[in-house]
Design a protein around this ligand. Structure first.
Ligand SMILES: O=C(O)C1=C[C@@H](OP(=O)(O)O)[C@@H](O)[C@H](O)C1
Ligand SMILES: C=C(OP(=O)(O)O)C(=O)O
Length: 434
């Protein structure tokens, strides 16, 4: 474990560019691997989570190689994945594990999946349940990794109403549907990130999306063919959020974050920061790879506490840890609720952030489903640490941002997990603080 102390800094200025979107990068590799023929991916996030997806797809027959700044994938076609000759190691990545389980569910072979200590604690029943209905079988202790997956061929189509607002569960069922004869339908009562639907359409799959009584119905009729594609991955709004908060809370900052994906199913953090009084300007709004993108100019501003609308949660689910940091430095009280999902991420993010922020001098009340935070009205928090990051990149990066405006700095027990989603995070802090 590489411990590190993040020290108070001067203004963040200039222009930075965050790496490619993690959700889109996983899907880009999976879909190009399922297309028959050669595809190229530009802007792929080269983080450990995405590389775990690439390694697993290689073990199942896809050829994936780096060519300069791009990645070239020779796909095997839907139904063409091969039985891997060893366990698929998903590392720290829930998205890799759950989406690939969906893919494997409708391939007629057996595979095993393992993960790190954090991933091995996370619930997989949410995907094994619908995938079992489709005919796959799973062996595990308590629906946790390690898991042995026996795919069904042919799998059977289902209609499935999502019991949790989860794009990973939605995507697992839709990926299984690609190699399942007949029409599989997912009913989504609460919208979640829609990259799977958007991207599959880009690969030529007929994804039918309609709305009924406020719910989204998404159907795929299989077996479906994917056409090889050139994919451009926009910058990750979840990674950019660390710098949007940092520039908002470090006095004197004026920072441009280039090429930030602003898909409406992902942009909740920017809406909430604006409600808090953040000064965020969208420049050069455009489309990249079928996704809305802009450069964000973020200037320091006095933030005020807010009551965060729980309906926004799915569109900012990974950004709560860093929002809690903004709240700890704002004027007044921030109240968050209905965030039970945060307890089953890489760590229990409500508990981890309540403990971490309290340890550096913030005033935090942990409730069952959210945190209530009294802000410091812009006064630097005392700092301290070492903070336990629990193998969770977002806890490490959030507490790094807290360190930038602390009195004594904030130490974290390990910066290693940051490489899962944002390998050049520390370099970009240095670049912006120069
Ligand atoms: O589909 C995806 O790419 C993701 C969905 C979200 O998880 P859930 O589906 O568990 O909400 C999110 O937290 C994760 O970082 C990426
Ligand atoms: C929850 C996350 O990712 P995953 O579920 O893929 O581990 C995250 O990146 O914050």
């Amino acid at each position: 474990m590489t411990a590190h102390r993040f020290l108070p800094t001067g203004p963040l200025t200039g222009r930075i560019r965050v790496p490619g979107d993690k959700s889109i990068s996983h899907r880009a590799l999976m879909f190009t691997a399922l297309a028959m023929g050669r595809s190229r991916i530009e802007g792929l996030l080269e983080g450990e989570d995405v590389l775990a997806t690439a390694a697993a797809l290689r073990m199942m027959g896809a050829s994936i190689a780096q060519e300069g700044d791009a990645w070239v994938v020779d796909g095997v076609g839907v139904g063409g994945l091969l039985e891997p000759d060893g366990p698929l190691d998903m590392g720290n990545s829930g998205t890799s594990a759950r989406l690939l389980m969906g893919l494997l569910a409708s391939h007629g072979f057996t595979a095993s999946m393992v993960g790190d200590a954090s991933l091995s604690k996370r619930p997989m029943g949410r995907v094994t349940e619908p995938l079992s209905q489709m005919g796959a079988s799973f062996q595990s202790a308590g629906n946790r990794l390690p898991i042995i997956i026996e795919g069904a061929h042919p799998a059977v189509p289902i209609e499935y109403r999502l019991p949790v607002a989860s794009a990973q569960v939605k995507s697992a069922v839709l990926l299984a549907a690609l190699n399942t004869p007949g029409t599989t339908r997912v009913i989504e009562p609460v919208p979640t990130r829609d990259h799977t639907e958007r991207m599959l359409r880009g690969f030529g799959v007929d994804v039918a999306v309609s709305e009924q009584d406020g719910e989204r119905l998404i159907s795929i009729t299989g077996p479906a063919d994917l056409e090889p594609c050139d994919v451009v991955v926009p910058g990750d709004p979840s990674s950019a959020a660390f710098f949007a908060v940092a520039a908002s809370v470090v006095p004197g900052s004026d920072l441009v974050i280039e090429n930030v994906g602003l898909n409406p199913t992902r942009d909740g953090i920017y809406k909430v920061l604006e409600q808090m009084g953040a000064n965020i300007e969208e420049l050069d709004s455009r489309e990249v790879g079928g996704e809305p993108v802009a450069d964000l100019r973020v200037r320091h501003a006095r933030l005020s506490g807010v009551e965060v609308d729980p309906a926004l949660a799915p569109s900012m689910i990974d950004e709560f840890p860093v929002l809690f940091v903004a709240a700890a430095l704002a004027d007044g009280t921030t109240v968050t609720s209905r965030l039970e999902e945060l307890r089953v991420k890489e760590s229990d993010r409500l508990a981890a952030m309540a403990t971490a922020l309290s340890a550096i001098g913030a005033s935090v009340e942990e409730r069952e489903d959210g945190l209530v935070i009294q802000g410091s009205a812009g006064a630097p928090l005392a700092g301290g640490g070492p903070i336990a990051t629990h193998l969770d990149h977002r806890i490490a990066m959030s507490m790094a941002i807290a360190g930038l405006v602390s009195r004594d700095g904030v130490a974290v027990d390990s910066v290693d997990p940051i490489a899962t989603s944002f390998p050049n995070f520390m370099d970009l802090i240095d670049e912006a603080a120069r």
